[in-house]
Design a protein around this ligand. Sequence first.
Ligand code: DP6
Length: 347
Amino acid sequence: MTSSGDTFLPRVELTDDTSLLANEAAAGGATATANANIALVKYWGKADEDLIIPRTSSLSLTLEGLETTSSVCFREDSTQDRLFIDDVERHGKALNRVSALLDLVREQAGIQAGAVVMSRNTVPYEAGLASSSSAFAALALAASHAAGLRLNDTELSRLARRGSGSASRSVFGGLAVWHAGHDDPSSYAEAVDCPLDLAIVVVLISGKPKKISSREAMRRSVETSDLYDAWVRANPRDLERALRAVKAGDIKALGEVAQGNFLGMHATMMTAKPPVMYWMPGSVEALQAVDELRQDGLPAWATMDAGPNVKVLTTAADARRVEDELRLRLPRCAIHTHLAGPGVRLL
Ligand code: DP6
């Protein structure tokens, strides 16, 4: 079984300046690692944009191998935040989102200091492989710890949610449900017991950053798609069926819900005005290959997020065969299996 490791990432050498800051962030602050999660019942649309309260509850699997490690160090001598992702200093939107989360931490901890954040991914940045889920879960733990806060899992999940909704679920290993709630205290994720040994086989159609962010695409779906209300109405039924399938150890029932749910989410994007179409020809090829595998008797169901890549839900025991069969049918794609991974942790 393989995992993505850092296969997709170009390595950029640190300059002396950033290298110094990296050491400082790691030594003087806190470092945390979080794994990305893939939703089986999706979060798509916000009821409150500012607090990131979703319109629906969601269910996800945290995966090994798709990780972000972040070091955060608050520096009394500066009120400026600095952000390095994969050894490149970032400004603009990325820095603003990180600073907004750091502001919440500073407020809770009663400090004013600026922070240096060094973040490294084994997930292609912004490529629809859920890098924001691991990024903000790692940031929430590293930053809160560096600021002297000791949050419990629910508090951490709520904090991570403020950075990126899906990050609320990466606080937990394995399966996690994010209760939509209706305000800040009631919107958080928690772990779900799972008798199934699940795996996700990722078919990489493209590792390039997407042109339309998931945030923008979901906003457009909420505001302009005629199908959006139907998607929201279907959510309690999908979630209930998925949780029942998990409890019963029924991968077929879980796979069917997951596949129907992702198609519903993409239907809201495709019917947004203007439409958002993340699918590429390779995505359709991969979806068809997954159907063929199932017709041949293998447990394999597809899901996609805000990007062209196809993720295939299967069991750990069947993952190798699913991976091999997909490789035969999709020889040009990078294909990697990810088993269930751990929740966020301090290093
Ligand atoms: C398609 O969590 O990236 O992956 O809260 O705006 O940061 P923001 O959105 P984000 O959206 C994830 C959407 C999804 C489905 C899911 O993970 O549930």
